[in-house]
Design a protein around this ligand. Structure first.
Ligand code: IVH
Length: 671
């Protein structure tokens, strides 16, 4: 018998070959072998794995997350973003969800929920004009998708022409593309799970390939409708059926959290008998007017939530506990576990969250643990099987110094909760923690920041090692002649990299502020700051002249954020990076909707408003081009006094000749 190492070498060679074929087929659209040869190659790999248990590789077709999709589809900006949903796991999450709705609307309005099974597939958007399907688009990153019309047209559930007279002249119908369980069993050698099969199939270059895999489509929402006549989501779902779309037969309208919990419990048991995969239920506020009032946070609607089913889990052994370091210096422990298949995905890492979590659950190297994996959430350790623990096992010693640079680590004290943070952080004394610098660059190029195609985390690490980049702005002065000759690079990939870096230079102010990677300045806060400072010159001015208190004026930005900004920019190097970047990049000014009649008018609230929350009032004022600020100063135009206003604020306002108005007067102003 051939030795283990020879078998492994042969196995890895075959995988390499397969990857090369995939690349030519999917990315360049020019296959280098026949389909039959390709299938034979794949079978050879799978046969070897079946025969020799020690063979396993992330890139093997048995583990691979579907086929690598084509990169060459035309891009399309969604008219209305395709956002995701936030998740609920327990009853309490639902109670909180409902509470937030009542808080936002500031009243116990009666409403019910449209309840819909959450099929685990791939969402797609279908645009119809004058009763014909004119384009079909993938979700993409939620803002920009890819035109996959021809592939979608191969799905028999998708009507190409709609005869009904009630069909709007312009409408974007959204729904889920998925594969049925029984159809999946026929092709499961090629994909990790049904969802990947659907995704891979949808993004084939050749629609004939898509047609080979039987896909289905269920419609569940709209992006926009010209002259929308609908009042309720459930009404829209019914009409979809009349128009000839498939909708889920288990859709139902329910009244409150108790009913939701009950339905969820029953459906959870029933789901194994369904012929498609569901990973939870979606609850949507049924009244479309209320949906409209509630609106969105940056990632998800306030009016809907996904109630997940309990996750799959499996037992495995903790082989090691490694510490990862984030851009803010947070030390995150990760359990390296013996690879185990959980619900169709091979898991070999599980997050342990932080030092306290390890202590609380007493997780040790060598332990047998139960790992849970739910949808796209990172797998985590549920519990330790202490009966199976060996006698000489020892508690895990969490490092008190940074494992990468040796600096001191600390846990912050939270003044509000009066507790120490659960997270330990590297202090990065004297800027010596290289790892933090690398992580900052990774953040800089990440999807929500500069989003540079072809410059992934691995490439950043590689370029760092080769001293090609030391700080974010080095990305714009890369030595391409050198890169061209590096392993894995060539003329074409360098040209592509160059062009995507060039493209990334044009960036919104909000993304730019986020990309800097300041702790506590996530996308949402970056947007608040960007709305307020409006152009990068103002932002640099605030940073250079330490005028952070101007930002404190922004509603939604508090001391935590200000202290974090001050802290970050107390380091001259960070200021220098900011200035250099602001010169290299083309940062778009924040153009606020300045057509509303409250343009250049600023507002502040004191006391309780009646029948409307501050959040909603703020949103309405902003829709009319007004501004909300959070402290009284000479820039304030109106102080809106609700019930039980703070006397001091009213007096202060009067002293500065600021108009103090009632809610009624505000209403008049808004008209
Ligand atoms: S509504 C913003 N309804 O779940 C509204 N989504 O996490 C989101 N999904 O991307 C879409 N069934 O792929 C909606 N009945 C349903 C759904 C559903 C499955 C998927 C969809 C979406 C994801 C959101």
């Amino acid at each position: 018998m051939a030795s283990k190492s020879i078998i492994k070498e042969k196995y890895l060679d075959l995988i390499k070959k397969l990857i090369k074929c995939d690349k030519f087929y999917f990315e360049k659209n020019s296959p280098i072998i026949l389909d039959s040869e390709y299938d034979a190659l794949k079978k050879q790999i799978l046969d070897l794995e079946n025969k020799y248990e020690f063979l396993n590789n992330k890139k093997s077709p048995s583990n691979k997350v579907g086929y690598k999709p084509s990169k060459s589809f035309e891009k399309f900006k969604h008219r209305v973003p395709m956002l995701s949903l936030s998740n609920a796991f327990y009853e309490n999450d639902l109670v909180n969800f409902e509470k937030k709705i009542f808080n936002y609307l500031d009243s116990k309005l009666k409403f019910n929920y449209s309840v819909e099974p959450k099929i685990d597939g791939i969402s797609a958007s279908l645009i119809y004009k004058n009763n014909r399907l004119i384009s079909g688009v993938s979700r993409g990153d939620g803002k920009i998708g890819e035109v996959i019309t021809e592939n979608l047209k191969t799905i028999k559930d998708i009507p190409i022409e709609i005869k009904s007279s009630t069909f709007p002249s312009e409408i974007e119908v959204r729904g889920e593309v998925f594969i049925k369980k029984k159809d999946f069993t026929r092709i499961q050698n090629n994909f990790a799970n049904p969802r990947n099969a659907a995704s891979g199939s949808l993004r084939q270059k050749d629609p004939k390939e898509t047609k080979k895999i039987p896909l289905n489509f269920v419609a569940y929402t709209f992006g926009y409708i010209k002259n929308n006549p609908f009042k309720y989501q459930s009404q829209f779902l019914n009409e979809l059926k009349n128009w000839g779309f498939k909708t889920n037969r288990d859709n139902i309208v329910l009244n409150d959290v108790n009913e939701l919990m009950e339905f969820h419990k029953n459906f959870e048991n029933k789901r194994f008998n369904l012929d498609y995969d569901v990973d939870g239920l979606v609850y949507k506020v049924n009244d479309l007017k209320l949906q409209n009032r509630l609106g969105f946070t940056s990632n998800s609607p306030r009016w809907a939530i996904a109630h997940k089913f309990s996750a799959d889990s499996a037992n495995t052994k903790v082989l090691n506990i490694e510490i990862q370091l984030g851009r803010t210096g947070a030390l995150t422990p990760v359990a390296k576990v013996e690879p185990v298949n959980i619900g169709g995905v091979v898991v070999s890492n599980a997050t342990l969250h932080n030092e306290d979590e390890i202590k609380r659950k007493d997780i040790r190297i060598g332990d047998i643990v139960k790992i849970e994996r739910a949808g796209d959430v990172i797998p985590h350790v549920l519990e330790v099987d202490k009966n199976k623990r060996s006698k000489n096992s020892k508690p895990f010693d969490f490092p008190l110094r940074c494992p990468f640079c040796g600096s001191k680590t600390i846990k912050d004290f939270n003044k509000v909760t009066k507790k120490f943070d659960a997270v330990r952080r590297c202090l990065n004394e004297n800027y010596k923690c290289e790892k933090i610098e690398i992580e900052k660059i990774k953040h800089f190029i990440s999807k929500d920041a500069l989003n540079i195609d072809g410059l992934g985390k691995k490439v950043v690490e590689n370029f760092w090692e080769l001293k090609l980049i030391k700080k974010p702005q080095d990305i714009f002065y890369l030595d391409y002649d050198r890169i061209k000759n590096l392993d894995g690079w060539g003329e074409l990939s360098v040209t592509n990299l160059k062009s995507s870096i060039e493209k990334s230079k044009k960036i919104s102010l909000q993304r730019f502020i986020y990309s800097i990677g300041i702790r506590h300045i996530g996308i949402e806060n970056a947007k608040l700051i960007s709305d307020s400072v409006q152009n990068v010159k103002n932002f640099v001015d605030i940073v250079q002249n330490n005028k952070f208190n101007q930002i404190l004026n922004i509603d939604g930005i508090g001391e935590t954020q200000i202290n974090s900004l001050k802290n970050f920019f107390s380091i001259q190097r960070n200021i220098n990076n900011l200035i250099e970047l602001s010169k290299i990049l083309v940062i778009e000014n924040k153009i606020l909707n300045q057509t509303g009649h409250l343009k250049n008018k600023s507002f502040m609230f004191t006391g309780k408003l009646d029948g409307i929350s501050r959040a909603e009032a703020k949103s309405i004022i902003e829709q009319n081009s007004g501004m909300i600020i959070s402290s009284i100063n000479k820039n304030l135009n109106y102080l809106v006094a609700g019930d039980k206003p703070t006397k001091r604020k009213i007096e202060q306002a009067k002293k500065l000749n600021i108009k103090v108005i009632s809610q009624k007067q505000l209403k008049i102003l808004l008209k």
